[in-house]
Ligand binder design. Structure first.
Ligand code: FES
Length: 193
């Protein structure tokens, strides 16, 4: 492929027989994925209906689906394309443009460790190290049971409470490395996939 000739039309995404296939390991069955449960299709349909009459509704629809599943499963994107009457290539182009969206499966709980300056100087690299050991993954990876995805972020808006981390919508400030296993365990206990 000659990348210099790419016009960004997205046609290759539609034609490519492997782009999505290679991203879906066997363990994806454990991920929260659209249509893995009987109710998933209804959830996606409800999200689409919520924004159906709005102009520029694609982004809010994708955001809600991403929030629901922690990523954008292919069947959900096809569902959106069908309902909005938009080409799948257009949906995928938007989905792959924004960092807010994931096109690969992520865990039920997204663990964000802040390495912004305010947290970094207060020791967040040690928290990252402890998180990687506790979860047995590197940042950017997802645990085999699809419970946790570990991601590095640059600020989560509570610099005065550094070092800080976030698990889903829960924020933890002034965290010591010794507290990390306890925090992670509390989510393991409450998990039901
Ligand atoms: S730098 Fe960590 S919350 Fe702002």
């Amino acid at each position: 492929m000659d990348a210099s000739k790419c016009t960004g039309c997205g046609t290759c995404m539609e034609a490519c027989p492997v782009r999505y296939e290679v991203q879906l390991p066997e363990t994806v069955k454990l991920a929260r994925t659209a249509y893995a449960k009987a109710t998933d299709e209804e959830v996606v349909a409800d999200i689409i209906d919520r924004y159906r009459e709005e102009r520029g509704n694609l982004l809010p629809i994708l955001l809600d689906i991403n929030r629901q599943f922690n990523w954008l499963p292919r069947p959900a994107l096809e569902h959106v394309a069908d309902e909005l009457g938009a080409p799948l290539t257009e949906i995928i182009r938007v989905a792959s443009f924004y960092n807010a969206f994931s096109l690969v499966p992520r865990g039920k709980h997204i663990v964000n460790i802040c390495l912004g300056t305010g947290c970094f100087v207060k020791g967040s690299p040690k928290l990252l190290d402890r998180l990687e050991k506790t979860l047995k993954i590197k940042h950017g990876q997802t645990t085999k049971d699809f419970l946790f995805t570990l991601e590095v972020v640059r600020c989560i808006g509570c610099c005065a409470l550094g070092p800080a981390l976030r698990v889903g919508a829960d924020t933890y400030g002034r965290v010591s490395p010794e507290q990390v296993p306890e925090i992670i365990d509390s989510y393991r206990k409450s998990v039901s996939l």
